[in-house]
Design a protein around this ligand. Structure first.
Ligand SMILES: [Ca+2]
Ligand SMILES: [Ca+2]
Length: 380
């Protein structure tokens, strides 16, 4: 046991208990505590994403945190959807005429869709969630409604109480610039609403069981002046190139507020020494897409059970150094997204894939299958 870990444990004891991690000290995480299992959009591998039923299942499966992505309705209510459009994850097209669609600039892409910001909460409450992936269970389509943030918080608290532990929530502000400018809500309106709701529910504290995440930067910098709640800078990419390097193609090449502001830095730049130093000035954690974290080698071995050698057949070969670099700055590393039905990238077994990242030292991981994440951690 490292002395620093023993000292850290004294202050982390409450947090460990609160987050449901065990108190083993062999983890390579920033604080030596167990990595968090974050229910990505709920238990979205099994139930339609961003539903109270899906979040409840995630908690029952042992997820430490549940993740609501947030967008604004026409009347400025925060509801849980992955995108500011309703088309892919609800039955909106069956319930509202095409005349209710609009065309808006969505992060530089002209998009015609049913935008949540064109519908009141009352209207959105008439919709039912649908499964967005054809390969996943379809029998729950049409059963569950679209939750507000307040309802998600209520479920985290009530299901956490039933389970005898604190369940954290991990809200993501989706498309901050879009909401401020293109949907017309104004600068920081979304951020102010979120801070008010979270402070009312949890208090303004770094110890609140909450992480706020965003792919944009300026809104997190703004939030850092408004709240002590922990902030997470997400780091995206377009794809992984055949040689294992990251592909940075618009609109996934850089934070959209950097595009608007003419900032030359891309997402990969944010994971350099200077990029992580910059993130540390306003955030507590960094959330890179998982291929940023592991090196891979093309050794010609077929690993995915088919006959085509792809990026997913590459052999993983240790850390790229991003985890260590971020920890060196005092930043937590939370990576995404782990899926039983799409593990790939050097792994056939999704549990083994999660364990590989856990051993490297990630502080948390997002998974559509929280039961697998909890089992991976238990058997580490
Ligand atoms: Ca998200
Ligand atoms: Ca293959």
């Amino acid at each position: 046991m490292k002395i620093s870990h023993a000292l850290t444990l004294l202050t982390l004891g409450a947090a460990l208990q609160a987050c449901g991690g065990d108190d083993d000290l062999h983890y390579n995480t920033l604080n030596g505590s167990a990595p968090l299992v974050i229910g990505h959009r709920g238990a979205s591998g099994e139930l339609p994403e961003h539903t109270l039923e899906g979040y409840t299942l995630a908690i029952q499966q042992g997820a430490d945190c549940i993740e609501p992505d947030l967008v604004l309705t026409k009347d400025g209510e925060m509801v849980a959807r992955h995108e500011p459009v309703l088309d892919g994850t609800t039955d909106v097209a069956q319930k509202f005429p095409a005349s209710r669609m609009s065309t808006r600039n969505l992060d530089g892409i002209s998009t015609t869709a049913y935008f949540a910001s064109d519908f009141t909460l009352l209207e959105i409450k008439t919709l039912r969630a649908t499964q967005s992936r054809a390969s996943r269970p379809q029998q729950f389509n049409g059963l569950y409604s679209i939750p507000t943030l307040a309802e998600v918080i209520q479920v985290a608290k009530s299901e956490g109480a039933k389970a005898g532990r604190t369940v954290c929530i991990y809200p993501e502000i989706k498309h901050s610039t879009f909401h401020a400018v293109d949907a017309g809500f104004g600068a920081h309106v979304f951020e102010d609403k979120l801070v008010a709701a979270l402070h009312a529910a949890y208090s303004n504290s770094a110890d609140a069981p909450v992480f706020i995440q965003s792919f944009e930067v300026a809104n997190l910098q703004y939030l850092n002046t408004k709240t002590q709640i922990k902030l997470v800078q997400l780091v995206d990419a377009d794809d992984v190139n055949a040689d294992g390097s990251m592909s940075l193609v618009a609109p996934y090449h850089k934070p959209y507020d950097f595009v608007v502001a003419g900032d030359s830095r891309n997402f990969a730049d944010l994971l350099s020494e200077s990029g992580l130093t910059f993130i540390k000035t306003y955030a507590d954690a960094v959330g890179p897409w998982k291929p940023y974290l592991v090196k891979t080698v093309n050794d010609g071995v077929e690993r995915t059970g088919d006959t085509t050698l792809t990026i997913n057949d590459r052999r993983v070969d240790g850390s790229t150094g991003v985890i260590e670099r971020a920890h060196g700055k005092g930043l937590l590393v939370h990576t995404w997204t782990f899926r039983n039905d799409a593990s790939g990238y050097g792994f056939k077994d999704p549990k083994a894939e999660m364990q590989y990242y856990m051993r490297l030292g990630v502080d948390g991981l997002f998974t559509d299958f929280p039961a697998t994440g909890v089992a991976a951690r238990k058997d580490l």
